[in-house]
Design a binder for this molecule. Structure first.
Ligand code: SF4
Length: 441
């Protein structure tokens, strides 16, 4: 139904899940006849796909939406839509409408697949279209995708989350966990590989609990089945939950020739007291056991993590437990965050909120430790030849870039376009987390 002409632009905040959902919105608009642009001034439709996991993502989105008031004044036909996790909160959607009455469509996470209907409704009405569904629906198949990440492709396997970590807003804005049928996932992967994609990342808030709502399948089964697909491709997945990361799954990863030797296993904190308050449902000892098990089956596995500092009541001693865990595991990378108070979550009303100056000091120390671990690990790469999937070209560095099976980024020069190809790169220079090398035959 390509009835429209014009350009659309999507601004995405937050995680891979959101980036992939933006590909679905892009697919819907592209099916209607619009072309994608990254220039807001040259757009007929601008969509904000928002995130509410941290306060600063919300503030940035609001600032950028507010800045469009001028553009809307000069182009009355411009359609502005705001969707995602922020607007899934009904109260927030209402206040957004009051604050920015020029926004034409407000929708949530539960009705993203209805974006086409909402968009067409808006075209027939002068009034804004505001539609927030209270409840998540069943898994829906068949939404078009306009992928922007070749040679990588994201594939949803679950939606929502049942874990209710006390700091996290996700279960409230994305609903309970629902798994896609295995055959739908496998068929999507097959078709992506046929189309030339070289890396598939399976997505879910907790991929390890895939299949809990289905009969006779689990995440290990899915890894096995996808690994049987013929073709030259890599398989990654995110994100994992240590409580569900079990031996059967570790064996499936170890036995799969397609699965990368890289696991993102968010620990969040190294103190048992804090982990309990976070409702993570594992202890530091459980976590360290999982790391040992992983390294038993895949000795050279690279483990990355998420760590939060400044959770309510976190003492210096708790923080030092986190530091100790980081120094023990020696992560290949860590996404570090300062706790961000999210209204509606249990942690937001806990006593003992940590002053920002204290949390900042802690995160600076943690980043410093992690960086020095990464510098040490990088040294081991010097002189080695690694297989890199070339993912893109860095305009600033004027070099191609890509990752090895461990997820380590390498930059290299080439006279020919190598995007989408596996190339052997000899590492000649190592710095922080990324590497520089030259292509070898
Ligand atoms: S597992 Fe915890 S942190 Fe992750 S999405 Fe679910 S509630 Fe949030």
């Amino acid at each position: 139904m390509k009835n429209f002409n014009g350009n659309f632009c999507i601004i995405t905040y937050g995680c891979q899940m959101n980036l992939h959902e933006s590909e679905k919105i892009a697919g819907i608009l592209s099916d209607l006849g619009y072309n994608q642009t990254f220039d807001q001034n040259n757009s007929d439709v601008i969509v904000f796909n928002t995130c509410c996991i941290r306060e600063n993502a919300e503030q940035r989105a609001e600032g950028n939406i507010g800045a469009l008031k001028k553009l809307k004044k000069s182009n009355k036909n411009l359609i502005i839509a705001v969707g995602g996790c922020m607007t899934q909160q009904k109260e927030y959607a209402k206040s957004l409408h009051e604050k920015f009455p020029f926004v034409d469509i407000i929708f949530g996470t539960h009705n993203l697949e209805d974006f086409k209907e909402l968009f067409l409704k808006k075209l027939q009405s002068k009034k804004p279209v505001i539609s927030i569904e209270d409840k998540e629906g069943d898994v829906r198949e068949g939404t078009p995708n306009l992928r922007n990440s070749f040679p990588n492709a994201w594939v949803n396997i679950t939606y929502g989350c049942n874990n209710f970590c006390t700091y996290c807003i996700v279960p409230y804005v994305r609903g309970r966990e629902r798994s896609r049928a295995p055959q739908d996932i496998i068929n999507e992967c097959k078709s992506l590989i046929k189309d030339g994609y070289k890396e598939i990342t399976l997505l879910g808030q907790n991929v390890n609990s895939y299949g809990n709502d289905l009969q006779g399948v689990n995440f290990a089964y899915l890894i096995d089945e996808i690994s049987k697909i013929e073709g030259d491709f890599r398989l990654r997945f995110m994100t994992n939950h240590p409580k569900d990361f079990n031996e059967q799954l570790i064996k499936a990863i170890a036995n799969s020739t397609k699965t990368c030797k890289s696991v993102h296993l968010p620990v969040q904190a190294g103190s048992n007291r804090i982990l309990k308050l976070m409702n993570r449902r594992y202890t530091r000892e459980d976590y360290l056991d999982k790391v040992d098990l992983l390294r038993k089956y895949i000795p050279d596995v690279s483990i990355t993590t998420d760590i939060m500092v400044g959770f309510p009541t976190e003492t210096e001693e708790d923080f030092l437990d986190t530091v100790d865990l980081v120094e023990t595991v020696k992560f290949a990378g860590a996404f570090t965050f300062i706790y961000s108070k999210r209204k509606g979550t249990p942690a937001a009303t806990m006593d003992g909120q940590i002053p920002i100056e204290v949390a900042t000091k802690r995160i600076v120390k943690l980043i410093d430790i992690q960086n020095s671990i990464n510098r040490e690990q990088s040294k081991g790469y010097k002189g080695k030849t690694v297989e890199i999937l070339c993912e893109g070209f860095d305009d600033k560095k004027k070099m191609y870039l890509g990752r090895d099976t461990y997820g380590r980024m390498a930059y290299f020069s080439s006279d020919v376009d190598l995007i989408g190809q596996f190339v052997n790169v000899k590492i000649t220079k190592t710095g922080g987390i990324s590497l520089i090398g030259e292509v070898v035959k």
